[in-house]
Design a protein around this ligand. Structure first.
Ligand SMILES: NC(=O)c1ccc[n+]([C@@H]2O[C@H](COP(=O)([O-])OP(=O)(O)OC[C@H]3O[C@@H](n4cnc5c(N)ncnc54)[C@H](OP(=O)(O)O)[C@@H]3O)[C@@H](O)[C@H]2O)c1
Length: 307
C-alpha cells in the first residue's frame, strides 16, 4: 500500500510503497477513502510536537481520515466490513495519509449521513477542536457573542457554523476571499484583519477563539467583557494579561476521542453543516498540498483522496 512518510524530522515527506499493517485485537483496518491535512501534520513533520507526541521512524503522517472498514481485530464488536467510518488517530501513531490505516476501535465513529466520505475526512481535528473549545471549555451558549479568528481556516470555519447553529452572534476575522467565505458560513460581521484592527471595532465579547497567537492574541484580551473567555489553539495564553483583564484564558489541547467526535458528527448532520474545502488532491499530489497547508493560507480543509 502507499503511505506518506518521513524518515526523520524535517525530511521531505514522500509517498512510499510499504507492507500492509497488522491489526491488533482491539483495532480495525480501514480502507482510507480520504484523509485531511492539518497544521499539526506540518508541526509533526518539523519535530515541533516531539515533547507531546514522540514518534518512531519511518513515520506515516496524518490523523484525520474517512473510509470503510476492511477488517476487524478479534476483540472488536459492533463494527463490520464495509461500514463507513471517520476517525481521528493519535498523532504519535499517525497513519491517516495512506491507502489503509490501523485504527483503535474506540476512535471510530460512523460517517455522517449528510456528507460524502471525502468531505467527512475534513471533520475530525478542525471540527473537534472548535467543538471542544466552544462547548466543553467555554460552555458557549445561545445569545452570547464569539470572535472567531481565521474564520476561513479549518478550525474557524467550523467554529462559525457551530456558533451560528446555536443562535449566537458571530464575528470573524479573515482577509481577501476569506471575507466572503466567512460571511457565507454564517458570520454576522467579518473584519478584514489586514486593513482593520479588530480591537478598535469590538468590545464586550463573551468568547474569543484565538487560532493565531502573538499580537492577535494580545489585542483579543481588549475586546472581551469582564468574565469572558479566551480560547487559544496556537500558543498558550498570557496569564498575566488574562488576570489584568479579568477574563479566563485556556490553551485548547485537542485529543483523540471517539465519543467527542460522535457528538460533533451528530451536530454536523443535524444542522446540515458543511466542510469548507480548500482543495481535493490525490495521494500523488500530496507534496504540493502539504506545502500549501504549511503556508498557513488554506481556505478550509485540504482533502487527500486515495483514488
Ligand atoms: N491546540 C490544539 O489542539 C489545536 C487543534 C487544532 C488546531 N490548532 C492550531 O490552530 C491553528 C489554526 O488551525 P487551522 O486548522 O484553523 O489552520 P488553517 O486552516 O491552516 O488556517 C488558515 C487560515 O488562517 C488565516 N489567517 C492567517 N493569519 C491570520 C490572521 N492574522 N488573522 C486572521 N486569519 C488569519 C488564513 O487566512 P488568510 O490567508 O486570509 O490570512 C487562512 O484562511 C494552527 O496553529 C493549528 O496548529 C491547535
Amino acid at each position: 500500500m502507499k503511505a506518506f512518510r518521513i524518515a526523520h524530522y524535517d525530511a521531505a515527506p514522500v509517498v512510499d510503497d510499504i507492507q500492509m499493517p497488522d491489526v491488533g485485537p482491539d483495532e480495525v483496518l480501514v480502507r482510507v477513502r480520504a484523509a485531511s491535512l492539518n497544521p499539526l501534520d506540518v508541526k509533526m513533520q518539523r519535530g515541533f510536537m516531539h515533547a507531546y507526541f514522540p514518534v518512531n521512524f519511518p513515520y506515516t503522517l496524518g490523523t484525520d481520515l474517512a473510509g470503510t472498514i476492511e477488517r476487524t481485530g478479534s476483540d472488536v464488536t459492533g463494527w463490520h466490513k464495509g461500514d463507513p467510518v471517520v476517525a481521528r488517530l493519535d498523532p504519535t501513531s499517525g497513519g491517516a495519509l495512506a491507502e489503509f490505516a490501523v485504527v483503535k476501535a474506540g476512535y471510530l465513529v460512523s460517517a455522517p449521513t449528510s456528507l460524502s466520505l471525502e468531505d467527512a475526512a475534513g471533520i475530525p481535528t478542525a471540527a473537534g477542536t472548535a467543538w471542544q473549545a466552544l462547548f466543553e471549555i467555554a460552555d458557549f451558549k445561545r445569545g452570547q457573542s464569539v470572535l472567531v479568528h481565521a474564520g476561513a481556516g479549518g478550525v474557524g470555519s467550523f467554529a462559525i457554523q457551530f456558533a451560528r447553529a446555536i443562535g449566537a452572534r458571530v464575528i470573524a476575522t479573515a482577509s481577501g476571499t476569506g471575507i466572503d467565505i466567512a460571511r457565507r458560513l454564517g458570520a454576522d460581521q467579518v473584519i478584514d484583519y489586514r486593513s482593520e484592527n479588530f480591537a478598535d471595532k469590538l468590545s464586550d465579547i463573551d468568547v474569543v477563539l484565538d487560532t493565531i497567537g502573538g499580537e492577535t492574541q494580545q489585542h483579543s484580551f481588549n475586546v472581551l467583557r469582564s468574565g469572558g473567555y479566551l480560547l487559544a489553539t496556537s500558543s498558550p495564553p498570557d496569564e498575566a494579561l488574562a488576570k489584568a483583564h479579568n477574563v479566563a484564558a485556556t490553551f485548547v489541547f485537542h485529543m483523540s476521542d471517539g465519543s467527542r467526535l460522535g457528538k460533533v458528527i451528530d451536530a454536523i448532520d443535524a444542522d446540515s453543516l458543511k466542510v469548507l474545502i480548500d482543495r481535493k488532491v490525490p495521494l500523488s499530489g500530496l507534496s504540493g498540498a502539504f506545502e500549501h497547508q504549511a503556508s498557513g493560507r488554506a481556505r478550509g480543509k485540504i482533502i487527500i483522496t486515495t483514488d
